[in-house]
Design a protein around this ligand. Structure first.
Ligand SMILES: NC(=O)c1ccc[n+]([C@@H]2O[C@H](COP(=O)([O-])OP(=O)(O)OC[C@H]3O[C@@H](n4cnc5c(N)ncnc54)[C@H](O)[C@@H]3O)[C@@H](O)[C@H]2O)c1
Length: 402
C-alpha cells in the first residue's frame, strides 16, 4: 500500500529558542473514529491548541501540534483541512521515526491497539491511549513492562473520573459524608438499535468477540478505575454475560450474528469490604435521570450520582418506611434527596485528563493512570468474562510488573 504524507516543514526555530512555550508534537492514530475525532481531537487537543496550550506552574506554556494518522488519506486530508491542521499521514512508521512527534496517542479499535503501541514504545515515544489497552491481561502487562523498561511515560484514558457527577462524588467521599461505604450500585446502559429498521448507534465491531467487541471489555476497564480510585481496589468479581440480541445489522445494512455480550451483570468485592454491583447493558431502555448512575450507600449517608448530577440523603433526613403491601405508599421518596451544587467549573473530562497528562509529561512528575493501571482494567474484563464462562467468582490479587 502506498503511504500518503502531508507534513509541514520542520520549524527552523527550536523549542529551546522559545522559552515561553514548549510545543509537543502528538501522533494521533485512529483520529477518524468516534472517540478519536470527537473526544480526543476536537474536544481535547484542538481545544487545548485553540486556548493557547496549558500553563505550567512557572507560568510558561505547553502547546500542542497534532499529526493525524489513519488508513484513509482522503479522510485525513479532509479532517486536517476542516480543522486547520498541517500534518497528516497514512505512514505510522515514518511518524514514529520522526523526532518532532513526542507522544503517540492511540484511539484505534481495541484489536489493533497493542501492535501499534508496541511499535511506539520501540520508537521511544510517550504513550497516551484509549482503554482497553490490550485484548488480554498478558498483552496489557507486556506493554506496561516494555514501557517501564524503556523509561517511557504512559497514560490511559480514565475519563469517567472527570465527569462532574463523579467529581462531586469524590468530594462527598473526601468530606467523610458517607461514614463507612457499604455498597455501590451502578446502572449503565441504553438501547442500541439492531441496525435494520434504525441504524445502530454503535459500531458493529462492538458486537463481535473476534473483533475485540463486547460490553465487558468495553465497560469493565472503566468500572475498575472508577471503583479503585473512589472506593478501593477490586479484589474479586462475579459476572454474568449475555448476548440478549443476537441478530444485528452492520454499517452496510448486512445481517450478522452477535458473538459478543451486549449485557453484563457484575458483582465486585472491594478491598475494605464494600460491595459494588454494576449492570452494563446495550439492551435496556433508560428509566433513570442519566445513562449511568451510581447509588452509594454508607452508614451516615447515601448519594446517587450520574454523569452530571449528584443528590444526597443524610442519615438525619432518612425516612423510616415500613413494609406493608396492603397499603399504597404515598411517601414521595424522591423528595428526600438534596442536590449537590457544582461549586466549581468542570470542563470536558477527556480534555482535563489530556492537560494533566501533558503537564506531568513535561514536568516529569509521576502519573498514576499509566499502562499498569490500564492492565488492571483489562484484567477485570478478562476475569469478568472468565467468571461468566465458568460460573464462579474470580479472585484478583494485587497486580505488579514483576
Ligand atoms: N473512553 C471511552 O469512554 C470510550 C468510549 C467508546 C470507545 N472507547 C474505546 O475507543 C476505541 C475506539 O472506539 P470507537 O468507538 O471510536 O471506534 P471506531 O470504530 O469509531 O473508530 C476506530 C478507529 O480505528 C480505525 N481502525 C479500525 N480498524 C483498524 C485496523 N485494523 N487498523 C488500524 N486502524 C483501524 C478506524 O479507522 C477508526 O479510526 C476502542 O478501543 C474503545 O474501547 C472508549
Amino acid at each position: 500500500m502506498s503511504e500518503t504524507t502531508t507534513l509541514a516543514a520542520a520549524p527552523a526555530e527550536t523549542s529551546a529558542a522559545r522559552p515561553h512555550a514548549r510545543e509537543i508534537g502528538i501522533i494521533m492514530n485512529g483520529v477518524s473514529g468516534r472517540m478519536g475525532y470527537r473526544q480526543h481531537l476536537v474536544r481535547s487537543i484542538l481545544a487545548i491548541r485553540d486556548q493557547g496550550g496549558v500553563e505550567l506552574p512557572d507560568g510558561t506554556r505547553v502547546t500542542v501540534k497534532p499529526l493525524l494518522v489513519g488508513r484513509n488519506a482522503v479522510k485525513l486530508a479532509e479532517l486536517a483541512a476542516a480543522h486547520g491542521i498541517e500534518d497528516c499521514t497514512t505512514d505510522l512508521d515514518a511518524a514514529l521515526a520522526d523526532p518532532r512527534w513526542e507522544i503517540y496517542a492511540d484511539f484505534l479499535v481495541t484489536k489493533a491497539r497493542a501492535a501499534a503501541i508496541r511499535k511506539a514504545i520501540a520508537a521511544g515515544k510517550a504513550i497516551y491511549t484509549e482503554k482497553p489497552t490490550a485484548e488480554s491481561v498478558d498483552e496489557a502487562l507486556e506493554l506496561a513492562r516494555l514501557a517501564g523498561a524503556a523509561g517511557i511515560k504512559t497514560g490511559v484514558v480514565h475519563d469517567k473520573l472527570y465527569l462532574p457527577g463523579l467529581q462531586k462524588l469524590r468530594r462527598l467521599i473526601d468530606s467523610g459524608f458517607f461514614g463507612r461505604v457499604l455498597s455501590i450500585r451502578g446502572e449503565f446502559g441504553y438501547w442500541v438499535f439492531e441496525g435494520d429498521w434504525q441504524p445502530a448507534q454503535r459500531p458493529s465491531w462492538n458486537y463481535r468477540a473476534e473483533d475485540g467487541g463486547g460490553i465487558i471489555s468495553d465497560m469493565f476497564p472503566h468500572w475498575n478505575y472508577v471503583l479503585e480510585n473512589l472506593f478501593g481496589p477490586v479484589r474479586s468479581v462475579y459476572a454474568q454475560a449475555a448476548v440478549h440480541v443476537a441478530d444485528r445489522w452492520d454499517e452496510n445494512g448486512d445481517h450478522y450474528t452477535a458473538t459478543a455480550e451486549d449485557a453484563a451483570y457484575g458483582i465486585f468485592e472491594l478491598e475494605g469490604g464494600a460491595i459494588a454491583e454494576i449492570n452494563s447493558s446495550w439492551t435496556v431502555r433508560v428509566n433513570r435521570d442519566e445513562l449511568v448512575e451510581f447509588q452509594v450507600d454508607g452508614t451516615h449517608g447515601s448519594a446517587v450520582v450520574g454523569l452530571f448530577g449528584a443528590k444526597i440523603q443524610h442519615r438525619n433526613a432518612t425516612p423510616k418506611p415500613v413494609w406493608n403491601p396492603d397499603l399504597a405508599d404515598t411517601h414521595d421518596y424522591g423528595a428526600d434527596w438534596a442536590e449537590v451544587p457544582a461549586n466549581d467549573v468542570f470542563q470536558n473530562g477527556f480534555k482535563q485528563q489530556w492537560e494533566d497528562f501533558l503537564v506531568s509529561y513535561v514536568l516529569g512528575t509521576p502519573y498514576e493512570f499509566d499502562l499498569l493501571a490500564g492492565a488492571r482494567g483489562v484484567r477485570l474484563a478478562e476475569a469478568g468474562l472468565r467468571s461468566s464462562r465458568e460460573g464462579r467468582r474470580i479472585e484478583l490479587p494485587a497486580l505488579t510488573l514483576e
